[in-house]
Design a protein around this ligand. Structure first.
Ligand code: ZN
Length: 134
Protein backbone atom coordinates (compact mmCIF):
# COMPACT_ATOMS: atom_id res chain seq x y z
CA UNK A 1 0.00 0.00 0.00
CA UNK A 2 1.20 3.47 -0.83
CA UNK A 3 0.13 6.82 0.56
CA UNK A 4 -3.32 7.81 1.74
CA UNK A 5 -5.00 8.81 -1.51
CA UNK A 6 -7.95 10.57 0.09
CA UNK A 7 -10.30 10.61 3.05
CA UNK A 8 -14.01 10.20 2.33
CA UNK A 9 -16.56 12.14 4.38
CA UNK A 10 -20.29 11.38 4.30
CA UNK A 11 -22.45 14.50 4.15
CA UNK A 12 -26.18 15.13 3.96
CA UNK A 13 -26.09 18.16 1.72
CA UNK A 14 -23.22 18.29 -0.76
CA UNK A 15 -23.82 21.88 -1.75
CA UNK A 16 -23.78 23.15 1.83
CA UNK A 17 -20.73 21.03 2.64
CA UNK A 18 -18.89 22.24 -0.46
CA UNK A 19 -19.27 25.76 0.88
CA UNK A 20 -18.23 24.69 4.38
CA UNK A 21 -15.10 22.85 3.24
CA UNK A 22 -14.21 25.63 0.82
CA UNK A 23 -14.01 28.03 3.75
CA UNK A 24 -12.15 25.44 5.84
CA UNK A 25 -9.47 24.79 3.21
CA UNK A 26 -9.48 28.23 1.64
CA UNK A 27 -9.92 26.64 -1.76
CA UNK A 28 -12.95 25.49 -3.72
CA UNK A 29 -13.63 21.89 -4.74
CA UNK A 30 -12.08 21.01 -8.09
CA UNK A 31 -14.60 18.49 -9.31
CA UNK A 32 -18.04 17.02 -8.75
CA UNK A 33 -18.79 13.55 -9.98
CA UNK A 34 -21.77 11.25 -9.67
CA UNK A 35 -21.15 7.51 -9.38
CA UNK A 36 -24.54 6.14 -10.37
CA UNK A 37 -23.70 2.51 -9.50
CA UNK A 38 -22.91 3.57 -5.91
CA UNK A 39 -25.78 6.00 -5.50
CA UNK A 40 -23.44 8.83 -4.61
CA UNK A 41 -22.54 12.31 -5.72
CA UNK A 42 -19.00 13.23 -4.78
CA UNK A 43 -16.90 16.35 -4.74
CA UNK A 44 -13.14 16.60 -4.33
CA UNK A 45 -10.93 19.10 -2.57
CA UNK A 46 -7.18 19.43 -2.48
CA UNK A 47 -5.72 20.95 0.67
CA UNK A 48 -1.98 21.06 0.20
CA UNK A 49 -0.93 17.50 -0.66
CA UNK A 50 -4.15 16.11 0.83
CA UNK A 51 -7.30 15.10 -0.92
CA UNK A 52 -10.77 15.02 0.62
CA UNK A 53 -13.81 13.44 -0.97
CA UNK A 54 -17.28 14.49 0.14
CA UNK A 55 -20.05 11.97 -0.52
CA UNK A 56 -23.77 12.62 -0.64
CA UNK A 57 -26.36 9.89 -1.19
CA UNK A 58 -28.46 10.17 -4.34
CA UNK A 59 -31.06 7.64 -3.18
CA UNK A 60 -32.21 6.10 0.12
CA UNK A 61 -30.60 2.73 -0.76
CA UNK A 62 -27.18 4.31 -1.16
CA UNK A 63 -24.48 3.06 1.23
CA UNK A 64 -23.97 6.70 2.19
CA UNK A 65 -27.63 7.10 3.15
CA UNK A 66 -27.38 4.00 5.32
CA UNK A 67 -24.14 5.18 6.89
CA UNK A 68 -25.59 8.57 7.82
CA UNK A 69 -28.73 6.94 9.16
CA UNK A 70 -26.62 4.76 11.47
CA UNK A 71 -23.75 7.03 12.41
CA UNK A 72 -24.56 10.51 11.22
CA UNK A 73 -22.32 12.62 9.04
CA UNK A 74 -18.58 12.20 9.35
CA UNK A 75 -15.51 10.30 8.22
CA UNK A 76 -16.70 7.42 6.05
CA UNK A 77 -13.55 5.83 4.66
CA UNK A 78 -9.81 6.12 4.24
CA UNK A 79 -8.51 5.40 0.76
CA UNK A 80 -5.03 4.10 0.06
CA UNK A 81 -3.34 4.29 -3.31
CA UNK A 82 -2.08 0.95 -4.58
CA UNK A 83 -0.14 0.19 -7.72
CA UNK A 84 -1.61 -3.26 -8.35
CA UNK A 85 -5.09 -3.50 -6.91
CA UNK A 86 -5.67 -7.10 -8.02
CA UNK A 87 -2.63 -8.45 -6.21
CA UNK A 88 -3.33 -6.23 -3.19
CA UNK A 89 -6.87 -7.69 -2.95
CA UNK A 90 -5.40 -11.20 -3.06
CA UNK A 91 -2.81 -10.33 -0.43
CA UNK A 92 -5.34 -8.79 1.96
CA UNK A 93 -7.72 -11.73 1.52
CA UNK A 94 -4.93 -14.11 2.42
CA UNK A 95 -4.27 -11.98 5.52
CA UNK A 96 -7.88 -12.55 6.57
CA UNK A 97 -9.43 -9.21 5.63
CA UNK A 98 -12.98 -9.23 4.30
CA UNK A 99 -12.79 -7.80 0.79
CA UNK A 100 -16.12 -6.38 -0.36
CA UNK A 101 -15.15 -6.23 -4.04
CA UNK A 102 -13.27 -9.28 -5.21
CA UNK A 103 -13.17 -7.66 -8.62
CA UNK A 104 -12.22 -3.98 -8.49
CA UNK A 105 -14.84 -1.61 -9.85
CA UNK A 106 -14.80 1.81 -11.42
CA UNK A 107 -14.94 4.51 -8.75
CA UNK A 108 -14.89 8.29 -8.82
CA UNK A 109 -11.94 10.35 -10.03
CA UNK A 110 -10.70 7.85 -12.62
CA UNK A 111 -9.89 5.04 -10.20
CA UNK A 112 -10.32 1.32 -9.90
CA UNK A 113 -11.50 0.72 -6.36
CA UNK A 114 -12.21 -2.05 -3.86
CA UNK A 115 -13.33 -1.83 -0.25
CA UNK A 116 -12.48 -3.81 2.87
CA UNK A 117 -15.28 -4.48 5.32
CA UNK A 118 -14.89 -2.31 8.43
CA UNK A 119 -15.56 -5.42 10.52
CA UNK A 120 -12.14 -6.75 9.59
CA UNK A 121 -10.30 -3.44 10.09
CA UNK A 122 -11.27 -2.09 13.51
CA UNK A 123 -14.39 -0.34 12.29
CA UNK A 124 -12.65 1.60 9.53
CA UNK A 125 -13.88 1.23 5.98
CA UNK A 126 -10.75 0.99 3.83
CA UNK A 127 -10.76 1.78 0.12
CA UNK A 128 -7.99 0.64 -2.17
CA UNK A 129 -7.63 2.66 -5.30
CA UNK A 130 -5.52 2.40 -8.38
CA UNK A 131 -5.25 5.15 -10.95
CA UNK A 132 -6.60 4.09 -14.35
CA UNK A 133 -4.13 4.91 -17.12
CA UNK A 134 -5.75 6.18 -20.28
ZN1 ZN B 1 -13.21 7.31 -1.75
Amino acid sequence: MNKIEHIGIAVKDLEASNALFASLFGVDHYKVEEVVSEGVKTSFFKAGPNKIELLEATNPESPIAKFIEKKGEGVHHIAFAVTDIVSEIARLKSEGFIVLNETPKKGADNKLVAFLHPKSSNGVLIELCQEIDE
